[in-house]
Design a protein around this ligand. Structure first.
Ligand code: BG6
Length: 513
């Protein structure tokens, strides 16, 4: 991880610039970087898309996105005017080599005007099928050669399964050096996710507790209240396992389970995460149901409002087999974590929007206190709330005030909101600045992507072969009963999101429905 310095002169070329990602995420992030003075003086964005738009139409469209989605609220007229002057649009067919020679000419002219060393970033905000041909065309036009200055950013999904991810890696690495390829997992750019590294490795008190002797199990829950929204077409071919677990949740697991890095160099961090992926016990193909659960939401209520079943959403087949919920039990077979279960779950249309990692400690080895003084007894727990509460919590037993000895659980909380005056940057701000600076620490390396696919492969294959009994959970619940059963067989249960100002003394058993 580099100290943040302003990047060198940069041209960012966005393939698929007329799409949703550029509108909702990339442009609001770039605009924030601009108003916070992170962009170099010489900076330009060329948007490429099949759509026919003038520069002005493109700018107006993007401004509407910034106004709607930027964390800074509506754009300021004067600032937008200066920023918009950096944006141009080119209508292009990505399969047409002529589009790339025109791009090469344009970039050459820009480089000349700016006096030489300019970083060219090719951002592929396109469907996976287009990535290979775009890379090939960039190469043919001589745009991929400069190892130090030409970079390619690849959005997820990176492949559809292990074979397609391998094929894409193969295609990209015959053209680009691995150091030029930036595979995005936007969870890694989240401030609270980066803080897991800081909390674990910049503090000494955790390390002696951070293993199988003191930790009973780990729960990683990424719960969404939204349904599939307007993305039925994509989601039908993805499902929760591909969409969230193979990438975001696996990466969270890596950050919790990895060994202390020797340095914060990109390769060192990635190596340590790779060690975790290599240590995860493969799921036996004939026992998938013991380790993985899938679900799909039926109709239900969110915040008291009725919402439709997944199968009634636009772009979704009436007999769809796509899972909107997935839960996994994984083991990391190494000295530190042997036999400590890591429970992962994610789902759409769940009861709350919250992403939380709960480290559940083992109970105190001996209870010196008579049972009469213990109220609601719970083992210690450490909680990272990734969003929306953004914070860290430690639950511990405390003497309750009074003349008698009486114990009960209490929470010690750290929240970003209270601790810091400045707002956290969006994940895409961090990631875009990193690629401009040539820092790949928060990006995925080819071996990580493939290892994560290899781990979910037996589940994908089993689920493809066996028809599911969908829908099996109501929108607004905490997912299918089978998810609870998976933990109950281990004499455990999913813990309710801890951070959402719940009284620590209320028993945190989830109620479905
Ligand atoms: C994306 C998934 O990668 O992450 C979406 O494709 C999901 O389905 C989204 O909604 C969640 O991201 P965040 O940042 O809102 O938690």
């Amino acid at each position: 991880m580099q100290p943040t310095i302003n990047p060198d002169s940069t041209v960012l070329v966005i393939f698929g610039a007329g799409g949703d990602l550029a509108w909702r995420k990339l442009m609001p992030a770039l605009y924030s970087l601009f108003i916070d003075h992170w962009l170099p003086d010489h900076f330009a964005i060329i948007g490429l898309d099949l759509k026919q738009l003038s520069d002005d139409e493109f700018r107006q469209h993007l401004r509407a996105g910034v106004d709607q989605f930027s964390r800074r609220g509506k754009s300021d007229d004067a600032a937008w005017k200066t920023f918009a002057a950096k944006l141009t649009f080119v209508s292009a067919n990505f399969a047409d080599p002529a589009a790339y020679s025109a791009l090469a000419e344009r970039l050459g002219k820009q480089d000349h005007d700016w006096g030489g060393t300019v970083t060219h970033i090719y951002y592929l905000a396109t469907p996976p099928a287009l990535m290979d041909p775009i890379a090939e065309n960039l190469s043919q036009a001589g745009l991929a050669n400069d190892r130090a200055r030409a970079r390619i950013v690849v959005e997820k999904p990176f492949g559809h399964d292990l074979a397609s991810a391998r094929a894409l890696n193969q295609a990209l690495t015959t053209i680009f050096d691995e150091s030029q390829i930036y595979r995005i997992d936007h969870y890694l750019g989240k401030e609270t996710v980066q803080n897991i590294l800081a909390f674990r490795f910049a503090n000494a008190f955790l390390e002696p507790l951070w293993d199988r002797r003191y930790i009973d199990h780990v729960q990683i829950s990424v719960a969404e209240q939204v349904g599939v929204e307007h993305r039925g077409g994509y989601y039908e071919h993805a499902g929760a396992l591909r969409d969230m677990i193979q990438n975001h949740l696996m990466q969270l697991l890596c950050l919790i389970a990895m060994e202390p890095p020797v340095s914060f160099e990109a390769e060192e961090i990635r190596n340590k995460k790779m060690d975790v992926l290599r240590a995860i016990r493969p799921i036996p193909p004939d026992h998938v149901d013991r380790f993985a659960v899938r679900g799909q939401y039926g109709a239900g209520r969110i915040d008291g409002q009725p919402v439709p079943a997944y199968r009634a959403e636009p772009g979704v087949a009436p007999d769809s087999r796509a899972e909107t919920f997935a839960a996994l039990k994984l083991y990391v077979d190494n000295w530190r974590w042997q036999d400590v279960p890591f429970y992962l779950r994610t789902g759409k249309r769940l009861a709350e929007r919250t992403s939380e990692i709960i480290i559940q400690m083992r109970p105190a080895p001996h209870q010196s206190f008579p049972s009469a003084v213990i109220g609601e007894w719970q083992p210690n727990r450490l909680v990272f709330n990734i969003q929306p509460a953004e914070g860290i919590l430690i639950r511990f037993q405390a003497k309750q005030p009074g003349l008698n000895m009486r114990l009960g659980p209490e929470d010690m909380r750290f929240t970003y909101k209270e601790a810091f005056e400045t707002e956290s940057p969006e994940a895409y701000e961090t990631l875009l600045l990193d690629v401009m600076q040539g820092d790949a620490t928060l990006y995925m390396r080819s071996d990580q992507v493939e290892a994560a696919w290899a781990l979910v492969l037996p589940i994908l294959e089993h689920w493809a072969a066996v028809a599911p009994d969908f829908p099996n959970y109501a929108a607004g619940s905490w997912g299918p009963e089978a998810g609870d059963v998976m933990l109950a067989t281990d004499s455990r249960r999913w813990l309710l999101p801890t951070f959402a100002s719940r009284d620590p003394k209320t028993p945190d058993v989830e109620k479905n429905g």
